[in-house]
Ligand binder design. Structure first.
Ligand SMILES: [Zn+2]
Ligand SMILES: [Zn+2]
Length: 126
């Protein structure tokens, strides 16, 4: 994929968004700079950047994919009430080497995540 200005702006925007935005969130952020861009294009660029390892796509079961500027290994916790996703610097991210050995796969990623209720939603419940 070529380094188009569109792609550059999408990439720089995600680097600045540290709250695991959805493709829709990214689209709204780039719109002032790229008024003619379509959601489909933003989505395509985001997926290409994920495939190239420039950013990381987080698949969320039953909800829109999120995008993460942070590439270092970490896992996530998602609030089931408000949908926010935060980083968890996990101490026990599994080493994928044994999976490759046991199954013969080239392991691309391990998607470990937690679900819970965030402190703010807990406060509201009280
Ligand atoms: Zn919450
Ligand atoms: Zn993250």
């Amino acid at each position: 994929m070529k380094n188009t200005p569109q792609r550059l702006i999408v990439e720089q925007t995600v680097q600045k968004m540290h709250d695991h935005p959805t493709a829709d969130d990214v689209y709204e952020q780039v719109l002032p700079q790229l008024p003619t861009i379509s959601k489909a294009t933003v989505y395509r660029i985001l997926n290409a950047l994920d495939e190239e390892g420039v950013l990381r796509k987080i698949r969320v079961p039953g909800s829109a994919d999120r995008f993460d500027y942070q590439l270092s290994p970490h896992s996530h916790i998602r609030c089931v009430e408000c949908g926010r996703i935060e980083d968890v610097q996990s101490l026990f991210l599994p080493d994928s080497g044994w999976v490759s050995d046991a199954k013969g796969y080239q392991v691309l990623r391990c998607m470990m995540s937690f679900e819970g209720i965030c402190p703010e939603c807990l406060k509201k419940q009280k």
